[in-house]
Design a protein around this ligand. Structure first.
Ligand SMILES: C[S@@+](CC[C@H](N)C(=O)[O-])C[C@H]1O[C@@H](n2cnc3c(N)ncnc32)[C@H](O)[C@@H]1O
Length: 215
Protein backbone atom coordinates (compact mmCIF):
# COMPACT_ATOMS: atom_id res chain seq x y z
CA UNK A 1 0.00 0.00 0.00
CA UNK A 2 2.76 2.42 1.00
CA UNK A 3 4.77 1.49 -2.11
CA UNK A 4 1.72 2.07 -4.34
CA UNK A 5 1.14 5.48 -2.71
CA UNK A 6 4.75 6.45 -3.36
CA UNK A 7 4.54 5.25 -6.95
CA UNK A 8 1.42 7.33 -7.57
CA UNK A 9 2.99 10.40 -5.99
CA UNK A 10 6.06 10.06 -8.18
CA UNK A 11 3.90 9.63 -11.31
CA UNK A 12 1.98 12.79 -10.37
CA UNK A 13 5.22 14.64 -9.75
CA UNK A 14 6.55 13.67 -13.16
CA UNK A 15 3.26 14.59 -14.86
CA UNK A 16 3.43 18.05 -13.25
CA UNK A 17 7.11 18.54 -14.12
CA UNK A 18 6.67 17.79 -17.84
CA UNK A 19 3.63 20.05 -18.30
CA UNK A 20 5.61 23.21 -19.06
CA UNK A 21 7.68 21.38 -21.70
CA UNK A 22 4.80 19.96 -23.69
CA UNK A 23 4.06 21.50 -27.08
CA UNK A 24 0.46 22.57 -26.97
CA UNK A 25 -1.35 22.59 -30.29
CA UNK A 26 1.06 20.19 -31.95
CA UNK A 27 -0.48 17.04 -33.42
CA UNK A 28 1.16 14.08 -35.15
CA UNK A 29 -1.11 12.50 -37.78
CA UNK A 30 -0.52 8.98 -39.11
CA UNK A 31 -2.31 8.28 -42.35
CA UNK A 32 -3.53 4.73 -42.88
CA UNK A 33 -0.78 2.87 -41.00
CA UNK A 34 -0.90 -0.87 -41.59
CA UNK A 35 1.30 -2.03 -38.73
CA UNK A 36 0.20 -1.66 -35.09
CA UNK A 37 3.87 -1.54 -34.07
CA UNK A 38 4.29 1.67 -36.04
CA UNK A 39 1.18 3.20 -34.46
CA UNK A 40 2.60 2.35 -31.03
CA UNK A 41 6.00 3.77 -31.94
CA UNK A 42 4.55 7.07 -33.16
CA UNK A 43 2.49 7.39 -29.95
CA UNK A 44 5.62 6.64 -27.93
CA UNK A 45 7.64 9.20 -29.89
CA UNK A 46 4.91 11.83 -29.53
CA UNK A 47 4.73 11.25 -25.78
CA UNK A 48 8.51 11.27 -25.32
CA UNK A 49 9.00 14.42 -27.37
CA UNK A 50 6.15 16.42 -25.83
CA UNK A 51 3.77 16.37 -28.81
CA UNK A 52 0.28 17.05 -27.52
CA UNK A 53 -1.86 14.56 -29.49
CA UNK A 54 -1.81 11.81 -32.11
CA UNK A 55 -4.47 11.45 -34.80
CA UNK A 56 -4.76 8.23 -36.75
CA UNK A 57 -6.46 8.01 -40.14
CA UNK A 58 -7.69 4.46 -39.83
CA UNK A 59 -9.89 3.41 -42.76
CA UNK A 60 -9.32 -0.27 -41.89
CA UNK A 61 -10.96 0.22 -38.50
CA UNK A 62 -7.99 -1.26 -36.65
CA UNK A 63 -8.51 0.99 -33.63
CA UNK A 64 -11.51 1.56 -31.37
CA UNK A 65 -13.21 4.93 -31.65
CA UNK A 66 -12.75 5.93 -28.07
CA UNK A 67 -9.40 6.82 -26.48
CA UNK A 68 -10.43 5.08 -23.26
CA UNK A 69 -10.86 1.85 -25.23
CA UNK A 70 -7.50 2.38 -26.97
CA UNK A 71 -5.85 2.71 -23.56
CA UNK A 72 -7.13 -0.71 -22.70
CA UNK A 73 -5.99 -2.35 -25.97
CA UNK A 74 -3.07 -4.53 -25.01
CA UNK A 75 -1.42 -4.36 -28.43
CA UNK A 76 -1.34 -0.55 -28.24
CA UNK A 77 -0.22 -0.45 -24.62
CA UNK A 78 2.57 -2.90 -25.47
CA UNK A 79 3.80 -1.28 -28.69
CA UNK A 80 3.65 2.23 -27.21
CA UNK A 81 5.12 1.05 -23.88
CA UNK A 82 2.03 2.50 -22.21
CA UNK A 83 2.43 5.95 -23.82
CA UNK A 84 -1.14 5.53 -25.10
CA UNK A 85 -2.28 5.98 -21.50
CA UNK A 86 -0.79 9.46 -21.41
CA UNK A 87 -1.06 10.82 -24.93
CA UNK A 88 -4.50 11.51 -26.38
CA UNK A 89 -5.21 9.55 -29.57
CA UNK A 90 -8.13 10.16 -31.91
CA UNK A 91 -9.09 8.05 -34.91
CA UNK A 92 -10.72 9.09 -38.18
CA UNK A 93 -12.33 7.00 -40.91
CA UNK A 94 -10.53 8.84 -43.69
CA UNK A 95 -8.08 11.57 -44.71
CA UNK A 96 -10.78 14.02 -45.74
CA UNK A 97 -12.56 13.77 -42.39
CA UNK A 98 -9.28 14.34 -40.56
CA UNK A 99 -8.29 17.32 -42.72
CA UNK A 100 -11.74 18.86 -42.24
CA UNK A 101 -11.59 18.40 -38.48
CA UNK A 102 -8.12 19.98 -38.31
CA UNK A 103 -9.16 22.88 -40.51
CA UNK A 104 -12.25 23.52 -38.39
CA UNK A 105 -10.05 23.64 -35.28
CA UNK A 106 -7.68 26.11 -36.97
CA UNK A 107 -4.75 23.73 -37.53
CA UNK A 108 -2.33 24.09 -40.44
CA UNK A 109 -1.14 20.77 -41.84
CA UNK A 110 2.32 19.89 -43.09
CA UNK A 111 3.12 16.58 -44.78
CA UNK A 112 6.26 14.46 -44.70
CA UNK A 113 7.75 12.46 -47.54
CA UNK A 114 11.17 11.37 -48.75
CA UNK A 115 10.09 12.75 -52.16
CA UNK A 116 9.50 16.28 -53.45
CA UNK A 117 5.76 16.92 -53.18
CA UNK A 118 3.18 19.70 -52.94
CA UNK A 119 3.32 23.48 -53.03
CA UNK A 120 6.57 23.78 -51.11
CA UNK A 121 9.07 21.09 -50.31
CA UNK A 122 11.69 21.71 -47.65
CA UNK A 123 14.41 19.76 -45.96
CA UNK A 124 13.61 19.24 -42.28
CA UNK A 125 16.36 21.56 -40.97
CA UNK A 126 15.33 24.38 -43.34
CA UNK A 127 11.75 24.70 -42.09
CA UNK A 128 10.36 27.12 -39.50
CA UNK A 129 7.74 25.20 -37.53
CA UNK A 130 6.83 28.07 -35.21
CA UNK A 131 4.91 30.21 -37.67
CA UNK A 132 1.55 28.63 -36.98
CA UNK A 133 0.02 28.42 -33.51
CA UNK A 134 -1.68 25.13 -34.36
CA UNK A 135 0.30 22.62 -36.38
CA UNK A 136 -0.45 19.07 -37.56
CA UNK A 137 2.42 16.99 -38.96
CA UNK A 138 1.35 14.14 -41.24
CA UNK A 139 3.12 10.81 -41.81
CA UNK A 140 2.17 8.42 -44.59
CA UNK A 141 1.49 4.73 -45.06
CA UNK A 142 4.41 2.32 -44.85
CA UNK A 143 4.24 1.31 -48.54
CA UNK A 144 2.36 4.02 -50.39
CA UNK A 145 3.60 7.02 -48.42
CA UNK A 146 1.53 10.14 -47.90
CA UNK A 147 -1.61 10.52 -50.07
CA UNK A 148 -2.11 13.24 -52.69
CA UNK A 149 -5.11 14.44 -50.69
CA UNK A 150 -3.04 14.96 -47.55
CA UNK A 151 -0.34 16.73 -49.58
CA UNK A 152 -2.94 19.02 -51.20
CA UNK A 153 -4.28 19.87 -47.75
CA UNK A 154 -0.80 20.70 -46.47
CA UNK A 155 1.09 23.95 -46.56
CA UNK A 156 4.41 22.24 -47.25
CA UNK A 157 6.09 18.89 -47.43
CA UNK A 158 9.09 18.09 -45.23
CA UNK A 159 11.86 15.68 -46.20
CA UNK A 160 14.59 14.26 -43.99
CA UNK A 161 17.72 14.35 -46.17
CA UNK A 162 18.75 10.84 -47.20
CA UNK A 163 22.39 9.81 -47.74
CA UNK A 164 22.10 6.10 -48.41
CA UNK A 165 21.01 3.82 -51.22
CA UNK A 166 17.51 3.21 -49.85
CA UNK A 167 14.44 5.28 -50.73
CA UNK A 168 13.05 6.08 -47.29
CA UNK A 169 13.20 5.69 -43.53
CA UNK A 170 10.67 3.62 -41.70
CA UNK A 171 7.54 5.34 -40.36
CA UNK A 172 8.44 5.12 -36.67
CA UNK A 173 12.00 6.33 -37.22
CA UNK A 174 11.02 9.23 -39.46
CA UNK A 175 8.32 10.36 -37.01
CA UNK A 176 10.96 10.48 -34.25
CA UNK A 177 13.36 12.56 -36.33
CA UNK A 178 10.76 15.01 -37.66
CA UNK A 179 8.90 15.45 -34.38
CA UNK A 180 12.16 16.02 -32.52
CA UNK A 181 13.02 19.01 -34.74
CA UNK A 182 9.48 20.42 -34.80
CA UNK A 183 9.00 20.09 -31.03
CA UNK A 184 12.48 21.48 -30.32
CA UNK A 185 11.71 24.62 -32.35
CA UNK A 186 8.29 25.05 -30.77
CA UNK A 187 9.63 24.61 -27.24
CA UNK A 188 12.25 27.27 -27.95
CA UNK A 189 9.45 29.55 -29.16
CA UNK A 190 7.27 28.85 -26.10
CA UNK A 191 10.22 29.59 -23.85
CA UNK A 192 10.53 33.10 -25.33
CA UNK A 193 6.97 34.12 -26.17
CA UNK A 194 3.67 33.73 -24.37
CA UNK A 195 1.52 34.22 -27.46
CA UNK A 196 1.52 33.71 -31.22
CA UNK A 197 3.18 36.03 -33.77
CA UNK A 198 6.12 36.70 -31.47
CA UNK A 199 3.94 38.58 -29.00
CA UNK A 200 4.25 38.50 -25.21
CA UNK A 201 8.03 38.21 -25.08
CA UNK A 202 9.21 36.90 -21.71
CA UNK A 203 11.78 38.95 -19.80
CA UNK A 204 13.72 35.73 -19.15
CA UNK A 205 13.39 32.73 -21.47
CA UNK A 206 12.07 29.61 -19.74
CA UNK A 207 14.26 26.48 -19.79
CA UNK A 208 13.77 24.35 -22.90
CA UNK A 209 14.95 21.07 -21.38
CA UNK A 210 14.14 19.24 -18.17
CA UNK A 211 16.80 19.16 -15.48
CA UNK A 212 18.69 15.88 -15.84
CA UNK A 213 18.22 13.07 -13.32
CA UNK A 214 20.50 13.53 -10.36
CA UNK A 215 21.28 17.20 -11.04
C1 LIG B 1 8.28 3.89 -45.28
S1 LIG B 1 7.83 5.53 -45.66
C2 LIG B 1 6.89 5.36 -47.13
C3 LIG B 1 7.73 5.13 -48.35
C4 LIG B 1 6.93 5.32 -49.60
N1 LIG B 1 7.43 4.48 -50.64
C5 LIG B 1 6.89 6.79 -50.04
O1 LIG B 1 6.88 7.01 -51.25
O2 LIG B 1 6.83 7.70 -49.21
C6 LIG B 1 6.55 5.88 -44.50
C7 LIG B 1 6.45 7.34 -44.11
O3 LIG B 1 7.59 7.73 -43.37
C8 LIG B 1 7.88 9.10 -43.61
N2 LIG B 1 9.24 9.18 -44.19
C9 LIG B 1 10.06 8.16 -44.50
N3 LIG B 1 11.23 8.61 -44.96
C10 LIG B 1 11.16 9.95 -44.92
C11 LIG B 1 12.07 11.02 -45.27
N4 LIG B 1 13.29 10.79 -45.74
N5 LIG B 1 11.64 12.27 -45.13
C12 LIG B 1 10.42 12.55 -44.63
N6 LIG B 1 9.52 11.60 -44.30
C13 LIG B 1 9.89 10.33 -44.43
C14 LIG B 1 6.82 9.62 -44.55
O4 LIG B 1 5.76 10.15 -43.79
C15 LIG B 1 6.39 8.35 -45.25
O5 LIG B 1 5.09 8.47 -45.78
Amino acid sequence: MEIEKKRRASVRERADAIKAFRCKNLIAVIEDPSDIKNIGTVIRNANALGVEKVYVVDPRGALPNDWQDMRERRSLARTSVSAVKWTFVKRFDGTEACLKHLEKKGFVSVATSPHVKGKASVYLHEGDYTQHTKLAVWFGNEKRGISDLAVQGSEMCIAIPMFGMIESLNLGTSSGIVLYEVAKQRRAYQSRYRRSRRKGRRAEPLPTVMPRDGS
